[in-house]
Design a protein around this ligand. Sequence first.
Ligand SMILES: NC(=O)c1ccc[n+]([C@@H]2O[C@H](COP(=O)([O-])OP(=O)(O)OC[C@H]3O[C@@H](n4cnc5c(N)ncnc54)[C@H](O)[C@@H]3O)[C@@H](O)[C@H]2O)c1
Length: 372
Amino acid sequence: MPVHTSPIRCGIIGTGAIAHAHAHALTGLHGRAELAAVAEIDPDRAAAFTGRFPVPAVYGDAAAMLEKERLDLVHVCTPPQTHVPLAIAAMRAGVPVLVEKPTALSLAEMDELADVQAATGTPVLTVFQHRYGPAAVRLRRLAAAGALGRPLVATCETLWYRDDAYFDVPWRGRWEVEGGGPTMGHGIHQFDLLLSILGPWAEITALAGRLSRPTNTEDVSMALDRFKNGAMATVVNSVVSPREASRLRFDFEHATVELEHLYGYRDADWRFTPAPGHEDLADRWNAADQTDEESGHRLQIAAVVDALAAGTEPGVTLAEARRTMEFAAATYAAAFQGRPVAAGEITGSHPFARSMDGGAAPWAPIKGKTTA
Ligand SMILES: NC(=O)c1ccc[n+]([C@@H]2O[C@H](COP(=O)([O-])OP(=O)(O)OC[C@H]3O[C@@H](n4cnc5c(N)ncnc54)[C@H](O)[C@@H]3O)[C@@H](O)[C@H]2O)c1
């Protein structure tokens, strides 16, 4: 990969809600990156965006932007069903891509991305910004070094609240557009962080239900997971929980590490409790790199820009994102087939490789939400 001495030239595709977080992050990089162009199909959205973030070039079409601009990085900030075709167009144009979550709608689409990535040698990355908060980085480092002992038990809860009106937006709540409900769209950040710390998972048992909301997807899912290292975890994803909370808890042999936040955490949101006889670990947890920065887009985008500039591997890589997407697919497959699903089982022509619902969601679709 080339080493850059000038600012990384970035383009954004889709200038809706989350594009503002990307542009804000780029603005904060002070010369390490520049927002060179945007592509947006809705002129009103483009105007609202450029009113806040001045951009030298605005395109109505991503292909034109990729052809005319010499970009070093393109951010895909469009609704989920457009991610794969846009990412493939960018890779074919030789531009590394940072795609908003979920990377794709299915494991089959993830494999299509992997083929194009291998053929072009251009990486496709996924936004999982919560991996990049300083406390998560520290926990990964301590866990990987074995300092906390073996991981034994974990809980991962994304208990959010989205009212019925949230599902009025035409692309929401449809398998074929979003890929799923809170498993794919909301809780995915937290179980991605869980997986980044506990490593490969081995087996999942799950339930999923549409309990309350006017959606074709689930509005609640729950999974029981066994990891390859023997640890066991529960993962709950909900959009029907009035007192919202995002929680993670890890019980290692030598310490409990807990996080409670909502949409982004700071160091103060974590709690570290050493096991008896391991009190010295608290000093290692509290010592280094304490900052007050929230685990938002800025930290991941800064890391991606710096890796591209240095010619090192940026994250979150497609292989890592695939493991998280496979976890989502296995949650749906286990829930809808009523049996445990093993890692590596959902491949090829498996119905849950082709779509997250596997064509097997056990509730009737809502009229008007059945086609893309
Ligand atoms: N990482 C996070 O924490 C986070 C938070 C919110 C949303 N997201 C993700 O970001 C993505 C976008 O969500 P949003 O809430 O910003 O949606 P949004 O509807 O507010 O914005 C999407 C924009 O993309 C534009 N668009 C659609 N197709 C296009 C195309 N082919 N070319 C150019 N522009 C196109 C739309 O006109 C719209 O302006 C989704 O995948 C969502 O899951 C991530």
